[in-house]
Structure formats: C-alpha cells, structure tokens
Design a protein around this ligand. Structure first.
Ligand code: NDP
Length: 328
C-alpha cells in the first residue's frame, strides 16, 4: 500500500500540506468541548465538522439531561451553542470529512475530502459512533416523531405510553428496563427465538411485569399519521407459518448496536474487537503519541452528551500537555 507520507501524493495534489497544531475531527459535544479548551489554551485548533455536523444529538429532539439547561434544549440548538462558544475563542470550524490518514510517523497526516492534506502536531479524534437502524423507509419518516435510538435521551417523551425496543442484546435490555420505568408497556422485538443478552439482564427483563417479549419477530413497517401509531411485525419471517402481527405503539427504539466511526484510523490505532478506539484508562491517549480520542468513538458504555463533553475536555488538556512536553 502506498503510504500517504510518500511525497508523490503531495506532488499529485499539487498543494503544500497545511500545518496545524491541534486538529479536531468531529463536531459532537466531544469535538466542540475539546475545541473550547484547546482554543482557550492557545492551541489554535481547527475542527472539521464531518458528515453530520453536530453529530448524533442533532437526530434527537429535546435534550433534557445536559446540566445547565433547566428548560431543556434541542440537540441542534445545543450544538450551535457549542460551536459558537468554540468559535468565540478562535477555533476555526470547517466543513469537510477526513477521508484518509497516515499516523505512521509524526507529524501525523490527515486528508480532508480526498484532497486537502494536513500535517498536525496533535490530533483529537471525536468522530463518534452511528446507531444502527433497520433501514426501513417508514423508519426514516418517523425519525424524531416516534423512532429513536436512545431511550435515555428520548424515553421521557413516551411517559405512560406503549413503546417497543428492537434487539435482544444487553443494550436492548437496558433500554427496555429504562423505558419500563416510564412507560405503560414495553415490547421487546427479538428476531431470534432467544436473547443474546447476559443472564442477569435477561432475569431483570423477566422480572419486569410491563415488558412483553416478542420472539422471532421482524419489523416490516411503521405506520401513523404525523406521529407513529403502530408497527407491523412478521412472526417467523420467511418460514411456511409466517404470520403478521400489529402492535399499537407511540415509540420505537432501536438497540441493535452502534458502529464506531473509526474505519480510517483502524490500520494505525489500537481498537477493541468492535472498532472502538482504545484509550489509556483515565486519559484520552491512544496507542499513538499525539493522537487523542474522546466521545463515543472510545466509549461504548455511557454514550451520553455530558460524558462525551467531559472526555473532550480531557483530550484538549492531554494535547496541550503533549505539546508542551515536546516543546512544540
Ligand atoms: P449486541 O450486538 O450484543 O446485540 C445486538 C442485538 O440486536 C442482538 O439481539 C441482535 O440480534 C439484534 N440485531 C442486530 N441487527 C438486527 C436487525 N437488523 N434486526 C433485528 N435485530 C437485530 O449489541 P449491544 O449494543 O446490545 O451490546 C454491545 C456490547 O456492549 C455487548 O458486548 C454487550 O454485552 C455490551 N453491553 C453491556 C452492557 C452491560 O454490561 N450493562 C450494556 C450494554 C451493552 P441477533 O442476536 O439475532 O444477532
């Protein structure tokens, strides 16, 4: 494989690489918080916003659990506020997606939009994770008005109502248990005839009276007028005794896994078996000196805006200390 550190690439693009002291990739709460701290520490950060400016939070409705917003705030508004705050201290926020990297030698190299080459003294990766969806057309049309991939974020809006959770892993169990404390009834839609979750989680589900498990069910369609009203499920899909069943629900929660957005880094940085970037516990340091990770890209457990913001702060402080130790 041709290395990006190979001069030929630079000659091919015909451009001088841009040198940046602190490059931040990703524009969720982790990226923007890293930018606020890095800018205030005079690291002159440049932040690339990525494919979904504002990150996952812009796909939710109201954020009510971020400290400091007593009346709640929309995810989009919160991300705009964070961007403004980062810009106020001098962060340069740019449109663009990191398409390739070469982290084999310092200064690390990042290519934006297959074209713009950056050499950076420090790199903060805050590219997040993407919730998996089923891929149904009707699922897209109820996004934000019945469909969610985060019970902790959106469960409150379904207080006293009937909802469904798709998935049979530990995340689905956690989501279902959380929702069971708020909602009238929770269906768990599981495609196999067993749950993949750990025994302790299964036991908790079985002990919860307002959770009903629907085994061997797949979702065919979601229906409703302005908001979600029902889901069309198929029992034993593809088998001779396949049968349709309709459940009346107001909320449909996906818990079929998240995919960390770490593809371009994987050849260089240590990740776990599912692709989450490994950091040294208690820090944002990755396996590569000068490269830091924060937010959901390194956190499969908490995945909250506030924990992401906290880890963004850590990344900026770690970057600042790295630069001063190296005398850069
Ligand atoms: P998992 O991969 O463990 O489970 C995903 C679930 O979604 C499975 O039941 C899977 O079904 C189902 N699924 C996947 N794709 C589809 C689809 N297209 N249609 C319907 N169902 C689908 O993911 P989790 O996020 O639950 O967990 C990830 C890791 O995090 C695990 O290691 C888990 O143990 C850990 N975790 C631990 C927690 C804890 O300890 N408290 C809490 C949350 C997560 P199938 O089984 O048929 O493939």
């Amino acid at each position: 494989m041709e290395s990006l550190n190979d001069n030929k690439k630079d000659i091919k693009s015909g451009k001088e690489p841009e040198k940046i002291r602190c490059l931040i990739i990703g524009s969720g709460p982790a990226g923007y918080t890293a930018a606020i701290y890095a800018a205030r520490a005079n690291l002159r950060p440049v932040l690339y916003e990525g494919l979904q400016p504002g990150g996952q939070l812009t796909t939710t409705t109201e954020v009510e659990n971020f400290p400091g917003y007593p009346d709640g705030v929309t995810g989009t508004q919160m991300m705009e506020d964070l961007k403004k705050q980062a810009s106020r201290f001098g962060t340069v926020c740019r449109w663009g997606v990191a398409t390739e990297v070469d982290l084999s030698a310092a200064p690390n190299k990042v290519i934006i939009d297959n074209d713009h080459i950056i050499l950076c003294d420090t790199l903060i990766i805050a590219t997040g994770a993407t919730a998996r969806y089923l891929g149904l057309e009707s699922e897209k049309s109820f996004m934000g008005s019945g469909v969610s991939a985060c019970a902790t974020c959106d469960g409150f809006f379904y207080k006293g109502k009937d909802v469904a959770v798709v998935g049979g892993g530990d995340s689905a169990c956690e989501e279902a248990l959380y929702l069971a404390g708020l909602c009238n009834k929770v269906y768990m839609i599981i495609r196999k005839d067993y749950m993949r979750a750990s025994q302790i989680m299964k036991d908790r589900i079985l002990d919860t009276t307002n959770i009903e498990i629907l085994f061997e069910m797949n979702t065919r369609e979601l229906r409703g007028k302005d908001t979600l009203q029902e889901a069309v499920l198929i029992h034993k899909m593809g088998q001779p005794d396949e049968a349709e069943e309709i459940i009346k629900i107001d909320g449909f929660f996906l818990a079929i896994g998240h995919a960390p957005n770490s593809q371009i880094f994987k050849d260089y940085i240590e990740t776990d078996e599912t692709g989450y970037i490994r950091t040294i516990p208690g820090t944002s340091k990755t396996s590569i000196p000068g490269v830091f990770a924060c937010g959901d890209i390194q956190d499969a457990t908490y995945r909250q805006a506030v924990t992401a913001a906290g880890s963004g702060c850590q990344a900026a402080i770690d970057a600042e200390r790295y630069l001063s130790e190296k005398g850069l």
